[in-house]
Write a protein that binds this ligand. Structure first.
Ligand SMILES: Nc1ncnc2c1ncn2[C@@H]1O[C@H](COP(=O)(O)OP(=O)(O)OP(=O)(O)O)[C@@H](O)[C@H]1O
Ligand SMILES: [Mg+2]
Length: 266
């Protein structure tokens, strides 16, 4: 394999799953992330809340190598995202090296983006076969197990149009898990769902958390953050305003901006 992660890129991150150090990101002249410092330990579930436009999605996209940061350092699973460090010099990774790094991360968006012409099983099998070169038989077997795990054992042959929004989102979660990620990122995974379908998706995410998956979850579901989150981050205007144990941040926010936000959503 030519696209394995280069050795030099492995070191660092202090044993954390995610380590962000003074991460800055601008779009043109607009600075959207203004020096983010965050740490996510292996097995930790970190929930992120904050007003619209505060930079939550942009931060997730930086972690997932979909956006290049302008300054600071970002490690995921011990790898410096997008770069290889040799001595005190940084070298940009090539596209295929970036792809190899990204494979360690599963991402679930608000919109499920399933392939409409593939069944639930086909959607979950696709990446392992195409990207990892897994045999179809093996991928099919694992896809069936994953769909069972998200409660869709009886829907493997359904096309997305034949599934509810909650079921489609659970297929999307199974699809991300099929690549055996070390880290799962969720960007408002229940925001597009009818209220009665939110619970089934949150239940799957909770089970995933109990199974030990490391997760960063941008969400408006305060109840989920309180119950499942190990940590809660409040972002506003491109900075981390407050971070702590969810119960404490929610019941006793230290910063006026956190208090103001919570008074609107709680
Ligand atoms: N590709 C882009 N080009 C230019 N500006 C962008 C781009 N992506 C995001 N932005 C801007 O960056 C800011 C932060 O956006 P982001 O999507 O990260 O916010 P958010 O916290 O996820 O908000 P929401 O809760 O609405 O999803 C916004 O002002 C947005 O307009
Ligand atoms: Mg967003």
């Amino acid at each position: 394999m030519t696209d394995t992660i280069p050795e030099g890129a492995r070191a660092g991150g202090d044993g954390l799953m995610v380590k962000a150090e003074k991460v800055h990101k601008s779009f043109g002249r607009v600075e959207v992330l203004k020096g983010i410092d965050l740490e996510v330990k292996p097995g930790e579930v970190m929930c992120v809340i904050g007003p619209s436009g505060s930079g939550k999605s942009t931060f997730l996209r930086c972690v997932n190598h979909l956006e290049k940061i302008n300054a600071g350092r970002l490690w995921v699973n011990g790898h410096l995202v997008g770069y290889r460090q040799k001595g005190d010099k940084l070298y940009e990774l090539r596209d295929r090296e970036v792809s190899a790094q990204r494979r360690e991360i599963g991402m679930v968006f608000q919109r499920f983006n399933l392939f409409p012409h593939m069944t639930a099983l086909g959607n979950v099998m696709e990446a392992p076969v195409r990207v990892k070169g897994e045999s179809k038989a093996k991928a099919r077997e694992r896809a069936a197990v994953l769909l069972e795990r998200v409660g869709l054992g009886d829907k493997v042959g359904n096309y997305p149009a034949q599934l509810s929004g909650g079921q489609q989102q659970r297929v999307a979660i199974a699809r991300a898990l099929a690549m055996e990620p070390a880290l799962m990122l969720f960007d408002e995974p229940t925001s597009a769902l009818d209220p009665e379908l939110v619970g089934e998706v949150l239940d799957v995410m909770k089970q995933l958390a109990l199974d030990g998956m490391t997760m960063v979850v941008v969400t408006h579901e305060i109840g989920f953050a309180r119950e499942v989150g190990d940590s809660l981050v409040f972002m506003d205007d491109g900075v981390v305003v407050e971070k702590g144990v969810p119960r404490e941040v929610l019941s006793n926010p230290q910063h006026p901006r956190t208090r103001d936000f919570l008074s609107k959503v709680l």
